[in-house]
Write a protein that binds this ligand. Sequence first.
Ligand code: BJW
Ligand code: ZN
Length: 256
Amino acid sequence: MAASGDSVEKQAAFETAASIIRVAERIAVLTGAGVSAESGLPTFRGAGGLWEGQRVEDVATPFAFRRNPEFVWRFYNARRTNLRTVRPNAGHFALAALEESRPAGAFTLITQNVDGLHRAAGNRRILELHGNLGRVRCTGCARIEDRRDEALDDLPRCERCGAVLRPDVVWFHEPLPEDSWAEAEAATSACQCFLVVGTSAIVYPAAGLISSAQCNGAAVIEVNLEPTEASRLADVGLYGPSGKILPRLVEMLRST
Ligand code: BJW
Ligand code: ZN
């Protein structure tokens, strides 16, 4: 169904994307901060982004945390407060519906996001490459706990060993969680369709999955407000808010 005001090219792009998804036996999706933008969570880069006026090295590296843990915790506690009220948007729900429409194991959602919104929307097979903002990890005994629903101190400490806690997220210069990364690589090389949603595709190794998918013969579909580093690898680009594009795509798949 064509949306009024669409160009012929845009409608053709939707149809091409729908036909790629229809015939794909396995689908992998890579999401970034843009998919949560319509839930009210700022993205990282660009105007109004989380890092506007902020040096990344001051907040998102282990060195920054060692130098000034209170400063880093202020940044993360502000974001954690939002987590308690934020809700998935239509884009998240469309991805959950897409998984639901597929046989078990044929759909993998790989996310760089730390907000937990894909799980809240109902996706089941989720690989969180950059951790989760709701969890804390002890810098002493390495215990991981879910503290999503709690306000934390300015410099929270482990109840077991007294060491300083840190957010259980992946900062620059840190390795990605081994299991999730291995599963993401496997899902990427096994899929016939790789859908890239709301990411600037500049952070590695996550962004490298896009070229791996393409090299392995998958068709790449990009959904973003604008072209990105991923666009040159994409077979189809659907440009607009993911909260509008994804529900429309899923609706097209339902009606055929
Ligand atoms: C919309 C929209 C709407 C808006 N609808 N769209 C190879 C080459 C070059 C460099 C490297 C490399 N390998 C490693 C590196 C170094 C580094 C890196 O990638 N640097 C680059 C920046 C150059 N990578 C690392 O350090 C990684 N670790 C590593 O490689 O370790 C190796 C190692 C091995 C063994 C031992 C030790 C080390 C770790 C990367 C961790 C990234 N972490 C962060 C912070 C997480 C915690 C937190 O949340 O604070 O993850 S950085 C930040 O960027 C966050 C994001 O997940 C990630 C990606 O950002 P994303 O999601 O793409 O957001 P934006 O803002 O960039 O883009 C938003 C997009 O949405 C835009 O395109 C908008 O247009 C779009 N949009 N509204 C649709 N409504
Ligand atoms: Zn501890």
